[in-house]
Design a protein around this ligand. Sequence first.
Ligand code: AP5
Ligand code: MG
Length: 210
Amino acid sequence: MNIILLGAPGAGKGTQAEKICEILKIPTISTGNIIRAALKNGTEMGLKAKSFMDAGKLVPDEVVIGIIQERLSESDCKNGFILDGFPRTIPQAEALDAMGVEINKVIDIEVSDEDIVKRMSGRRVCEKCGASYHLEYKKPAKEGVCNLCTGTLVQRKDDHPDTVLSRLKVYHEETEPLKDYYEKQGKLTIVEGQHDIADTTAKVLKALED
Ligand code: AP5
Ligand code: MG
C-alpha cells in the first residue's frame, strides 16, 4: 500500500509512520529526515536547504521533488511506502501524480495549533540517529539519552517557539490545501490526533483498513 501522511508540523506524522512501518513492513520516506541527514553530511543539497529549514520555510519544490523521485525508484519501495512530509504543496502533489505513482490512502492527522506549540516545545531528537522523543509523552529510558543508539537528545533548531509559529503559518497557507486535492481524488481520511499516541495509531490503522 502506498500511503501519504498529512498534517501540521508536530501533528505526529513521524511518530505514526514509525508504527505503521513496523506493522506493514514498508519503508517510511521522510523528506525532513532526508534533508537533515544531507545537512549533517555537509552535501550541497543539505547546505542549500539549511537556511529555509532553519527559518521554518519550505525547501524549494524542485529540490524535494528530486529527492522523492530518486528515493521512490529504490527497490524497497516496490511493495509500498509511507510518505511523511511529502507532498507539502500542490505542485509537489502534481509532480507525484505526473511520476505515475499511485497513492492508495492519504491520512490527515488533525491537531489544534495550540497543542502543536505545546508538543514541539517538548520534543527532543537524537543528534546521532534522529530518533524522536518527548519530555512528557514519549520519554527515553534514561533522561537525555537515546534508547536506540545512546546518542545525546537535543532540541531541533526549528522547534523553537517562534519558528514553530512560522511553520504553522506555512502549513495553513501551502500544505492544508492538499486536503481538498486528495478529497477530490477520494483518497482522504481525516484522523483526530489530539489524544495520546496509541489512540492515534489505532485510528490510523482503522483508516488504512477501511
Ligand atoms: P519535517 O521534519 O517533515 O517537519 P514537520 O512536517 O514540520 O513535522 P515534524 O517532523 O516537526 O512533526 P511530525 O508530524 O513528524 O511530528 P512527530 O511525530 O515528531 O520537515 C522539516 C523541514 O524540512 C520543513 O520545515 C521544511 O523546511 C523541510 N521540508 C521537509 N519536507 C519538505 C517538503 N516536502 N517540501 C518542502 N520543504 C520540506 O511528533 C511531534 C512531537 O509530539 C514528538 O515529540 C512526539 O513524541 C509527540 N507526539 C506525537 N504524537 C503525539 C500524541 N498523540 N500525543 C502527545 N504527543 C505526541
Ligand atoms: Mg517528522
